[in-house]
Ligand binder design. Sequence first.
Ligand code: DC
Length: 647
Amino acid sequence: MDTFDIPPLQRAAGTVRLPGSKSISNRMLLLAALAEGVTEIHGLLDSDDTRVMLATLMSLGVRVDPCGEAAWRVCGVGGPFPVKQDELFLGNAGTAFRPLTAVLAMGGGYYKLSGVPRMHERPIGDLVDGLRQIGADVRYLGKEGFPPLGIRPAVLSLNAPIRVRGDVSSQFLTSLLMALPLAGRQAVIEVTTELISKPYIEITLKLMARFGVEVEREGWWRFRIAEGQRYRSPGVARVESDASSASYFLAAGAIGGGPVRVEGVGRSSIQGDVKFAEVLAALGAQITWGENFIEARAPASGKLRAFDLDLNHIPDAAMTLAVAALFADGPCILRNIGSWRVKETDRITAMATELRKLGAIVETGVNWMGVLPPSALTANAVISTYDDHRMAMCFSLAALAGVPVRINDPQCVAKTFPDYFACFGRITAPVIAIDGPSASGKGTVARQVAQALGYRLLDSGMLYRLTALAALRSDVTPDGEAAMAQVAASLPAEFVGERIRLDGDDVTDAIRAEVVGVGASRVAAMPVVRAALLERQRAYRQLPGLVADGRDMGSCVFPDAQVKVFLTASAEIRAERRYKQLIEKGMPANMHTLLQDLRERDARDAARAVAPLRQCADAELLDTSAMSIDQAVAAVIDLVRRKLPLQ
Ligand code: DC
C-alpha cells in the first residue's frame, strides 16, 4: 500500500488499548540481557525498533524466547555479551544503536555497527567522545561524528568523571548510564550543557533501579553509579503502553468530540509523554486520569485554545501538538524543539512543509515553530511522511476537520505502531447501524449499502449463527452458558471472499438453515455469549467506514454510530420473503411454520434481558413492507447523505 486515504471525519470516540512503549521495551530488553537471571517481559512492543533489538541481542549470544502474546523470556548473560565479534545492522533504530554502542564499547570485543542511510546522518559524536574518555576504542568508519562505527577491545579507566553534552540527544546520556554498571566500578558522568528531554532520563533511571542499579543524581548535571552494582533480573516486568502513541488518540478526543480513552498508561506512568495530557488540559480539553487509563474530550467551548509553550519535556508528543494547532482558536508557538532536527527526519522542516499543504501559515526557527491555523483546512492534501512514523500518525488527525487526507507511505508507522491506522479507524470510522427483526431484508440492504459506499460490512447475526452451528457440531449443550461463551470467544471462523468457513469447512449455506437460526436466537440470549462477541464485532470498525447489521448494533455494539436505521416489515411479508429465499436455494420451506417461527423468534429477541431487539430512540424507522430492496437501499443511502453530508 503506497498511500492511505482517510475520508472526511466528523467525530472520534471509543477506547483503544495501545501497544507497549518503544522507549521502555528496548531499554528493558537490553537491561534484561545484561542482568543476572531470567526476565519475563510482558506487553513488549512488536515493531521495527524492538525487532532490531531482539535480533541483535540473539546475535550477540543472548537467549530470547517467546512466552505468550507480546511476552518474551530473556536469559540474562550477567555482564558483557558472550559473542566477542559481530557485524550488526541496526536499521533506523536509534533506541538500539546508541545504547548498544556504549555496551559493546565496554564489552571487550570486535564489533561493527551500521544502519540505513538516515542512521548514518544522525550524530553520535558526543556519545563516542564520552566513551573515548574512559579509553574505549570506538572509530568512525564513515563520516567523522556519525555511524557506521567500529569497536575494538580496550583497557578502560573510570577514574575521572565522563563529560558529555546534554543538548543534542538525551539518548547519549541514557546509553552511558545503562552501560557503565558493566565496569563494576564507581562511575561519574557530568553533563556539560543543558540536558534536553529529561523525562527520558527518568525512564532510564527508573528501569535501571528496577534491575537493581541505583544512580545518585545531583540535579540534572551529575550522575554517580556506586561501585559493585550489577544488574539483577526482577523476574517479571511489564511494559507500559506507549505514551507518545497515546498522544494521537488523546488529541483525537480533544479535537473530535470524544470521549476517547487510552488504556495501558495512566496516573502512575513512568513516561514523560503522559504530560501531553496535561498540556491538552491546559488548552481546554477535558481530561480524566485513571490508574491505568487517560480519557480526553473536547473543550466545553468546542475549540482548543491557542498556545505558546516550551515543549522540551515532551519532544515526541509535541509533534502531535503541532497538528492539533490546526484546530486551535488562534496562532500557536512551539518552543525549544530543536531536537526535532536530528530525529528520523528533520522534523521541523518536514512538519512545516506538510502543515502548509493543509493551508496553515507556518514560520520556523532553529528550535521553534509558529502555526497559524487556516479558517478551513485544504481538502485532499497529499502528506509526505519522510520515513517518519510520527509524521504519518500526526497527520491522520487533520481529517477530523472534515477534509479527506492522503497519507503517503503509511507503512512507516511500523516503526512503533504497526496497527496504527486500524486503531485510528476504531475510534473515527463512520458507522451505519442497521437493526431490525429476522428476515426484514436488512442483511441484503446492508450489503448493498456497504458496496455503494465502499464500506466494510459486519453481518453480526452470522457470528451468532456460527456460534450456534459450532455448538451443534460439538458436544456443547446449548444450555451450558460458560461452554457456549467459550465457543463464541474462540470461533475458528475464516472469511474468504463471500465464503465462510468453520474449522476449515465451508458453512456459507449451512448457517442459513432454519435450525441454526433458531439456535442462534437461543445463544444470543446469553449475556456471556454477547460479551464474548463484543470486541470481535467492534474490530470491524475500520476506515473508510462500516455498515453493521443485527439487533443491537445501534444500541450496544456501536452506540455512537453516526447513522442508525431500524429496518422492519410486517411478519407476514417477512415470512414470505424468507420462504422465497429458501425455495430459491432448494431448501425445504413451509409458510405456516416459517411465520410461526418468526413470531416466536421476534418475541424471544425482544424479550431477552440483554440487548433486546427494539428501536433506539435515535434510530430512523424504515418499514420496507411496501418497498423493493432497491428502494430500501436508496432510502438508507439518502439518510446517510443527510447525516454524513461529507460523504
Ligand atoms: O440476523 P440473523 O437472522 O442472521 O440473526 C440470527 C440470530 O442472532 C437472531 O435470532 C438474533 C441473533 N442476533 C442478535 O441477537 N444480535 C445481533 N446483533 C444479530 C443477531
